[in-house]
Design a binder for this molecule. Structure first.
Ligand code: DGL
Length: 267
């Protein structure tokens, strides 16, 4: 048994989709979540900025004596793999587990990958899939407008602006008849209904957030690190009140501990 918390971070609310999945799988774990909302979106930042951000966010979580860290962010995972791997506390991104899930999809039809500008630019997901499955056809689409819309609460499947944006980005994926689409940004799980409405029920949506939570569960289980009282404590570099109001939509439950604001860090 190990009662130390697990540390999870993202640029904002998106990583809460990974927290939600982890709490379904391991409800007793104590979790420290950090939403770096003052610096959202990460998808517009350079790899050098993202490396500094990853280091700072992990250092913040490490100060809580965490037993493992999850960078619940595709942008950080695709751009800072070495920073995550070298970190003195065992840390994971969402890329490797997402790639493993994509490789389970039967080979006949193309795969779609949607993610932030910085994730697609890094070719992190694309190269990792191609390395193991070189003949796979993959359509990659950066979707820079999704995170600002999602952070602004425009997530309903009937939201016209969201639906127009979904069509704008997903058209090539639909036209290529992709059988599966990777939601390579952890924010995107929250617009799964709108994506499904456009793509149709037959297209499999693979969530980078869910697969990362599942592999974190495996790591904690296999290494005898399970244990806790199910406490979820959240910190944000943005407004604690706004975070508290919005978190429930992402988490599927009310926060029982009020989030705390921490000062903005310099990039
Ligand atoms: N949710 C993050 C990701 O998975 C970050 C998105 C952003 O801040 O641009 O990429």
């Amino acid at each position: 048994m190990d009662f130390r918390p697990v540390g999870i971070f993202d640029s904002g609310l998106g990583g809460l989709t990974a927290v939600k999945r982890l709490r379904q799988l391991l409800p007793e774990e104590n979790i420290i979540y950090f939403a770096d909302s003052a610096r959202v979106p990460y998808g517009e930042k350079t790899p050098a900025e993202l490396r500094r951000i990853a280091q700072q966010d992990m250092d913040f979580l490490k100060s809580f004596n965490v037993k493992a860290i999850l960078a619940a962010c595709g942008t950080i995972s695709c751009n800072t793999a070495q920073t995550i791997e070298d970190y003195p506390v065992r840390a994971f991104g969402v890329k490797d587990s997402a790639v493993s899930a994509m490789l389970q999809v039967p080979c006949e039809s193309p795969l779609g990958i949607i993610a932030t500008e910085a994730s697609i630019k890094s070719a992190g997901y694309y190269n990792a899939i191609k390395k193991l499955s070189p003949d796979r056809e993959i359509i990659c689409v950066p979707c820079p407008d999704f995170v600002p819309l999602i952070e602004a609460g425009r997530t309903g499947e009937d939201d016209e602006e969201l639906l127009r944006t979904v069509e704008k980005y997903l058209k090539p994926v639909k036209e290529a008849k992709a059988s599966a689409v990777l939601l390579g940004c952890t924010h995107y799980g929250i617009i799964a209904q709108a994506l499904r409405k456009y793509l149709g029920e037959d297209v499999k949506l693979i969530s980078a957030a869910d697969s990362a939570a599942e592999s974190l569960r495996d790591y904690l289980t296999e290494n005898d690190l399970l244990g806790g009282e199910g406490k979820l404590s959240c910190y944000t570099s943005g407004s604690a009140d706004e975070f508290a109001q919005r978190a429930e939509t992402f988490l599927g439950e009310k926060l029982s501990i009020m989030p705390e604001h921490i000062p903005v860090m310099e990039v």
